[in-house]
Ligand binder design. Structure first.
Ligand SMILES: Nc1ncnc2c1ncn2[C@@H]1O[C@H](COP(=O)(O)OP(=O)(O)O)[C@@H](O)[C@H]1O
Ligand SMILES: [Mg+2]
Length: 243
C-alpha cells in the first residue's frame, strides 16, 4: 500500500503548501510517483508553486463532478513523477462522498498521495480520505504557532494514525538566544511526535518563482530526511546547529 499524507495547521501560513511541494520533490528523488491534491478551495497555490498554473483547465471540483481524473491532473514538465490536481477556484464544491470515492481511486494509482488542506480546526473532510491517512501538522517555532499546533493535536479525529509534527522555518539562532522555546519544549507543548525540522530557507521562499528543486539546500536535505522517515527508514535528526 502507498503513503497517504494530509497537511494540517492551526493558523495559515505555517508552510503546509510549501512543505507539500518540497515533500513531493523529495519523494520523486526516491523514485516514487506522487500526486498532490490541493484542498484549499478558493485559495489554490500548488499549481503556482510548481509552475503548472497556465495549463489548468479542470480542477478538483470538476473531477468530483464527473470529469475523468486524468483530465484534471497536471504533471510537472521537468519531473513527470510529480502530478498536481488544483483546488476548486471557489468554495463549497467538495462533497464528502465524492471525495471519499476519489481518494480511494487515486491512492491505488500513486506511490504517494499528499492532500494539502487549508488551516483550521475543521476536520470534517479529512475522514473522507480514509483511516490510512498520515496527518502532518506544520508549525513554526514561535509560541503562537506552537499553541495552534497544540489545538490541532487535541482536535484531530480520534482515528488519526500516528499524527506527526513538522517544525518549519526553523532558525537555531532564536533558540540559542532563548527567544523561542527549544525543540523538546515545542514537542512537549504541542503533544505531537516530531517527524522533522525544516529550516528557514530562501530557496523554499522563492519556490513559486523558481519552480526549482533546491537539492543542495539544507531545507531540501531536511525534506528528504522526512520523506525517508515517512517511507519507513530510520533517519537520525542532525545536531540542531546543522539543520
Ligand atoms: N522553510 C521556509 N523558509 C522560508 N519561507 C518559507 C518556508 N516555508 C514556507 N515559507 C513561506 O511562508 C509563506 C507561507 O507558506 P505556505 O506554504 O503558503 O503556507 P500555508 O500553506 O501553511 O498557508 C510563503 O511565503 C512561503 O514561501
Ligand atoms: Mg496552503
Amino acid at each position: 500500500m502507498g503513503i497517504c499524507l494530509a497537511t494540517t495547521s492551526g493558523k495559515g501560513g505555517t508552510g503546509k503548501s510549501t512543505i507539500s511541494c518540497g515533500l513531493a520533490l523529495a519523494f520523486s528523488k526516491l523514485n516514487k510517483s506522487v500526486l498532490l491534491v490541493d484542498m484549499d478551495e478558493g485559495l489554490r497555490c500548488l499549481d503556482l508553486l510548481l509552475g503548472v498554473d497556465e495549463k489548468i483547465v479542470f480542477d478538483l471540483s470538476d473531477i468530483l463532478n464527473g470529469t475523468a481524473i486524468e483530465d484534471g491532473i497536471y504533471s510537472l514538465p521537468s519531473n513527470s513523477h510529480i502530478n498536481v490536481i488544483p483546488a476548486p477556484s471557489s468554495i463549497g464544491n467538495i462533497s464528502f462522498e465524492a471525495l471519499a470515492e476519489f481518494a480511494n481511486k487515486v491512492k491505488s494509482s500513486y506511490d504517494v498521495v499528499i492532500f494539502d488542506f487549508p488551516a483550521g480546526l475543521d476536520f470534517s473532510l479529512y475522514s473522507a480520505i480514509g483511516d490510512d491517512v498520515q496527518f502532518l501538522t506544520v508549525c513554526n517555532p514561535d509560541p503562537v504557532s506552537v499553541r495552534d499546533a497544540t489545538a490541532v493535536c487535541a482536535s484531530l479525529p480520534k482515528t488519526a494514525l500516528d499524527p506527526r509534527l513538522i517544525i518549519n522555518r526553523f532558525d537555531a539562532e532564536y533558540i540559542k538566544k532563548k527567544i523561542y522555546n527549544n525543540i523538546d519544549d515545542i514537542i512537549d507543548i504541542s503533544g505531537f511526535r516530531l517527524i522533522g525540522i525544516v529550516p528557514q530557507s530562501k530557496e523554499l521562499m522563492l519556490l513559486s518563482v523558481t519552480h526549482k528543486t533546491p537539492t543542495k539546500s539544507k531545507a531540501f536535505k531536511a525534506l528528504y530526511r522526512i520523506a525517508k522517515r515517512l517511507n519507513g527508514e530510520n533517519v537520525r535528526l542532525p545536531k540542531i546547529k546543522k539543520i
